[in-house]
Design a protein around this ligand. Structure first.
Ligand SMILES: *[C@@H]1O[C@H](CO)[C@@H](O)[C@H](O)[C@H]1NC(C)=O
Ligand SMILES: *[C@@H]1O[C@H](CO)[C@@H](O)[C@H](O)[C@H]1NC(C)=O
Ligand SMILES: *[C@@H]1O[C@H](CO)[C@@H](O)[C@H](O)[C@H]1NC(C)=O
Ligand SMILES: *[C@@H]1O[C@H](CO)[C@@H](O)[C@H](O)[C@H]1NC(C)=O
Ligand SMILES: *[C@@H]1O[C@H](CO)[C@@H](O)[C@H](O)[C@H]1NC(C)=O
Ligand SMILES: *[C@@H]1O[C@H](CO)[C@@H](O)[C@H](O)[C@H]1NC(C)=O
Ligand SMILES: CC(=O)N[C@H]1CO[C@H](CO)[C@@H](O)[C@@H]1O
Length: 469
């Protein structure tokens, strides 16, 4: 029952340690918890030392695990089992001393959101869009523990990508895993603990062998996977080739984390790779030759960037309450977005190119109309935590925003974002991704016991119309 211990431990953290520790210390403590220092030399993750102050729970834990061992339950949950009342994550509430509802209430009440800037959020809450919850746009399809997401940095939750409704890529320890829904099976596609020797050789290409990379962020688009590392690494891999095409260390700065990577087409259609780092720089590479094309510097660590659908504008987010709109060709700042109360870590553009959504530690997602940036268009509020993941479907119909734990919210953009489905689970969220055809939504949960991949299916017209009548 590691997961409950973890949550209780986090509560313990929030109550006693968090008050005393400043941000970086908390980050360190939380990182510690999320395996950063648990990776040992052979690439496996070692079990953490038993936590103090929870002796009672520990014995509860081991009893419980023994139970599981003897009865060997199937850990996966199908749509049918869920309809018949099984918990979608397979959490055996019936054997616990509290109900799911009660635990949910406690968790929402006790959860301490991580903030860099403190201050009242009351004014903001008043401005938030009034939203009707309880819609179903995506139906639960399955949950599997055959693959389990892991996280290396508690603020970076962009570690899962779907390339089709059957194909998902995610990080598990030192492995980039591919999950096939058709085969119902996970398979390692790249091991980043072992030395990675880049395949591509060009004169002048700044490529180098890497190993023991802790992947902090990734993107997979079509045939190209790009991953960023905790020490400023960048790894580019074609999915149809073994090994990696290009690897490099982007910076030798001490604080070098690659926070965000993206693959996009520039206005003339050429494919580009973009990386945003804690050394306050954005770097752009050609996605075929991996030649360095541009480098833009900012005044603060760049924590997330995203490129407008036409490839002309960059949204640049980081350790600032302001988000910047930057010309992608020149790196010139053309606008700044004012409204958020803390730092931002996620963004996405509506495919129509007019709407930008930004996810922030102030627990909100703001929508901006790029044609008039004087004020945000709307504020969408999470339940308890920062908004660390933001994704639109490729047809623009839905927006999903993910909190660091427990909640993913899906909004219908066509109806003005006032209708919402709330996906309610327990555990840290490593990433959310719609399949490019919009049919599937995947959520990666990082947890030692309940870590899993959840899949949801888009509900189609007939049912959907019913639900709207
Ligand atoms: C990741 O580490 C956990 C804990 O050591 C282990 O159970 C799991 O099999 C590992 N997964 C992979 C893909 O290496
Ligand atoms: C659950 O509650 C029952 C009765 O209230 C008690 O006997 C039992 O020890 C409790 N179990 C745990 C694991 O706390
Ligand atoms: C892999 O795909 C790329 C296009 O993305 C293509 O140029 C290349 O020839 C393919 N390589 C193999 C080995 O199939
Ligand atoms: C920024 O965040 C969004 C949403 O979380 C993500 O889709 C995008 O890939 C991130 N940008 C980069 C450059 O990683
Ligand atoms: C960085 O700060 C300098 C001095 O405060 C300012 O002139 C410049 O516009 C800032 N650059 C950006 C990209 O915000
Ligand atoms: C932009 O929006 C603001 C309010 O959100 C409005 O007052 C202003 O007139 C708009 N500007 C233009 C050029 O439409
Ligand atoms: C996740 C991450 O690396 N966030 C960084 C954003 O930028 C600031 C620096 O200004 C870092 O302290 C954060 O670690």
């Amino acid at each position: 029952m590691f997961f409950l211990i973890k949550i209780l431990f986090n509560l313990f953290l929030s109550c006693s340690i968090m008050e005393r520790f400043e941000n970086d210390d908390l980050q360190y403590v939380v990182d510690d918890y999320y395996d950063v220092n648990d990776f040992n030399n052979d690439g496996a993750v070692v079990e953490p030392e038993p936590q103090r102050d929870n002796a009672g729970l520990e014995s509860f834990d081991s009893d419980f695990e023994d139970d599981i061992e003897s009865s060997k339950p199937k850990t996966d949950t199908s749509a049918e089992e869920a309809r018949n009342g099984k918990d979608i994550q397979g959490i055996p509430w019936e054997r616990l001393n509290f109900t799911r509802e009660r635990y949910r209430q406690t968790r929402v009440r006790e959860y301490k959101n991580y903030e860099n800037l403190y201050g009242s959020r009351e004014e903001m809450e008043k401005e938030c869009l009034q939203v009707e919850k309880g819609k179903t746009f995506y139906d639960f399809q399955f949950n599997t523990r055959l693959v389990k997401s892991t996280i290396v940095h508690f603020q970076l939750r962009n570690l899962l990508w779907a390339t089709s409704k059957h194909d998902v890529y995610l990080m598990e320890n030192y492995s980039v895993m591919h999950w096939s829904s058709l085969l119902h099976k996970g398979e390692e596609v790249l091991n980043v603990a072992k030395p990675i020797v880049p395949n591509l050789k060009h004169p002048g290409l700044l490529s180098q062998q890497l190993s023991r990379v802790q992947i902090s962020t990734m993107v997979v688009k079509e045939n190209l996977m790009v991953a960023g590392g905790f020490q400023g690494e960048l790894i580019c891999k074609y999915l149809n080739q073994s090994g990696a095409a290009f690897c490099t260390k982007l910076t030798t700065d001490d604080n070098a984390i690659t926070n965000a990577v993206d693959v996009y087409n520039n206005p003339s259609g050429a494919m580009r790779v973009m990386a945003a780092n804690n050394d306050a720089k954005i770097r752009i590479f050609d996605a075929e030759t991996f030649a360095s094309i541009n480098r833009y510097s900012f005044n603060w660590s760049v924590n997330n960037t995203s490129v407008s659908p036409d490839g002309k504008l960059l949204a640049v987010l980081g350790d600032s309450v302001e988000c910047l709109i930057v010309d992608a060709q020149s790196g010139k700042v053309t606008n700044s977005l004012k409204g958020h109360l803390d730092y931002s870590f996620a963004s996405a553009w509506h495919p129509d190119g007019h709407i930008l959504a930004t996810g922030n530690q102030d627990t909100s997602c703001r929508l901006w109309d790029i044609r008039n940036l004087s004020k945000s268009l709307a504020i969408l509020k999470g339940r308890m935590g920062a908004i660390r993941g933001v994704k639109f479907t490729s047809d623009g119909r839905f927006l999903a925003i993910a909190e660091p734990a427990d909640f993913v919210h899906i909004f219908d953009t066509k109806l003005g974002y006032v209708n919402c489905q709330e996906i309610d689970i327990f555990g840290e969220i490593a990433g959310v991704s719609f399949s490019p055809d919009t049919e599937a939504l995947f959520v990666g949960v990082a947890d030692r016991t309940y870590g899993s991949l959840l899949a949801f299916n888009r509900r189609r017209y007939n049912q959907y119309l019913d639900s709207m009548l």
